[in-house]
Each structure stands twice: as structure tokens, then as C-alpha cells.
Design a protein around this ligand. Sequence first.
Ligand code: UD2
Length: 355
Amino acid sequence: MLTCNSKTVTLILLPALLVGTLYVYLSRSSRFVLDFNKLTHSEDGSPAEVIMTHVFHLVAPDQRLVDTSHLQYKQPSIVNGRTDVVTVAPWLAPIVWEGTFNPALLDSIYKPKNITIAATVFAVGKYIMFLKKFLKTAEDHFFVGFKVHVYVFTDRPKEVPQVEMAAGRKLIVRPVPSSKRWQEISARRMEIIQTLIEEELRNGTDYIFCLDVDSEFHDRWGTESLGGLVAVIHPGYYRDDRSRFPYERRPQSRAYVAAGEGDFYYCGGAFGGLLQEVHLLAKTCRSNFEADAKEGIEAAWQEESHLNRYMWINKPSKILSPEYLWQDFKARNPEIHIVRFSGVVKNYADIRPNV
Ligand code: UD2
């Protein structure tokens, strides 16, 4: 039997208390130091080392400990819900549609984690004209109430509009060179995102989303979109047979997807997830794009083709429905109850440096 004398306290209880405190601290903190050197990947980009994180540990705050009011929310059901759409992928990743999640519940889970979300957006050449609306509408709908750092990459830093931002949210402008080819502007984003993560974000940001600038937010885009590797289903092809997806079809390219293969067609204009997952994606797509270029091949849809190949091999852990990137010129299909983010109508001949 253990008697509690001073020797017992020093030898057993004190170390146990220290270990216990450390465990609670580590399991509560949502952030951890990243060691990018440890993250290796195969030719396809599949991580050789499994990325484990307690960010997936979702703890609903115990309201009795916080204050007296309990968060009241609708009882979840496993027999009533959306029946017009598929809400889970064959590898059991959720597909997020309006009506499949409770925003207040999710926000109450993520709020105590004190997370920071980075967003990257490129506004090179005439695309600067889209930036103001993008930034203003992001203030109204993108992770409202959370710490958001928007990184704008542009060759026209002086033309970046002043947009009032709420406390905890900020805009960071980074100059990038212009280019005579839109394909290059679009494709170089992977390299710049990889470098941004390595050089600036690694110890202060939890999640990152990479978004097209010629788009506006119309409704909530929030904590329901958080996940390890997050892909958005392209609005143009989600009702089509995969033989019609515009994957890269030449086997010489590292973005190649053969006929009869592939899951969904994902957008190049919106993707994200945990910092280290997006780092691996950007690094892999960049190196495959550059290796292709050395052999004189440019994939059909540049980085979007490489992203689609990557997401086929590395299945996204959360999939966002086309609500998360619609296109203004498209009539809304009945399953689209809400358009959250949508590409504006644009005349390519007027805004791109080459056609
Ligand atoms: C699709 C994708 C886009 C990209 C491209 C293939 C969607 C909705 N869009 O859009 O992400 O994969 O196909 O390359 O999935 N940009 C500039 N200046 C330029 C040209 C492009 O800043 O002169 C940036 C800008 O942030 C723009 C993005 O690159 O939003 C994509 O270019 P785009 O909008 O012209 O490509 P698009 O509409 O063909």
C-alpha cells in the first residue's frame, strides 16, 4: 500500500503530475511545430510518413465549465437528412452540402482552438480588378469571427485596394513578377504557395485555402470546410461521366489519368486543408509540373490537372460540394441550395496577357 510521505511525493507524484500536465497541454493545443524535412513522398506524392494530428480531435466545449448557458442545437439524425445528394465519398470522406452540418456547433468546437487560417490569392496583371470584391466579400463570409490572414500576390502592389478588416484579420501583400502567359501565372501558384508555407507560415498558421481571385463570396464559408486535405468539386462536371472530365490524357505527363480512372473532377480555383498537407500537395504538383516542362509537356489545365492527379492518388479527407465554387454564368441546379463562392463572368480576351 502506498503511503503518502514526502519521499513518495518527490519520487512518484511530482513526476507523474509533470507528465500529466504536459500531456494535457499537448492534447489541448491545436498547433504543433512542423518539420518539413520529415515529410517525404513517393513519385505520386503519397506521403511516406503518415501525417497525424490532434486537430481532428473535436471537443465540444463543456458549457457548464465555461458559463451557464448550454448550446442548444437540433438533434442529429441518421435517418432524416439530405437525400438528393451524396454526402460521403467511397473512401468515407464527408462531402459538404448545405444541410449536412451545424455551423454554430462547429464554430463552438473550433473557437477554443484559436486557429489561424491563411488564404492565398493571386492578382497578376489585369486580374487586380477582381481583388476588391473578393476581399470585401471575404470579410462578410469567409471564416467570420476567426483569425484570417489573406496573402495577396501581385505585380501591382500599389493598386491593392484598402479594405476594412475586422480585428484578428489582416492583409499581407507580396510582389510577384508578371508574365506574358496566363498559363504560367496560373501554374506558378504552386511554387509560390510551397515557398510561402516553408518560409513564413510554418509555425503560426493551422489551415490554408488557395483561391481564385476572379470570384466572390455570397454566403458562409467557415469551419465546416476544415480538414486534412480539402478539395472542391468543379461545378462544370459533377453530373458528368468521368470519361468527359478534362483530365490530362497523355501518358507522358505526370498529370496523366487514364480512361476509366479518377474519382471526381476538382477545381484548381479552390483547395486547402492543414498546412502540411497543402505543402505536400503544392510541392508535388510543382515538381511534377516542372519535370513535365523540361520534357516539353504542359498539362491540359496546368496545375489543375496536376492537382486532379494528386487528389486521385491522395484522397481528400474532406470534399466541398460545388456550393463552394460555383460559376455566375451557370443556372443553379436544384441541389445547389446555397452558392457560397462563385466565379464572376469574365471576358478572357480582355483580361489575360495572351489568349
Ligand atoms: C480554371 C481554374 C483555375 C486554374 C485554371 C487552369 C477554377 C474555377 N478555375 O480557371 O484555378 O486551374 O483553370 O490554369 O477552378 N491569374 C492572374 N492573372 C492572369 C491569369 C490568372 O492573376 O493573368 C490568377 C488569378 O488568381 C485567377 C487564377 O490565376 O483567378 C486562375 O486563372 P483564370 O481564372 O484565368 O483561370 P480559369 O478561369 O480558366
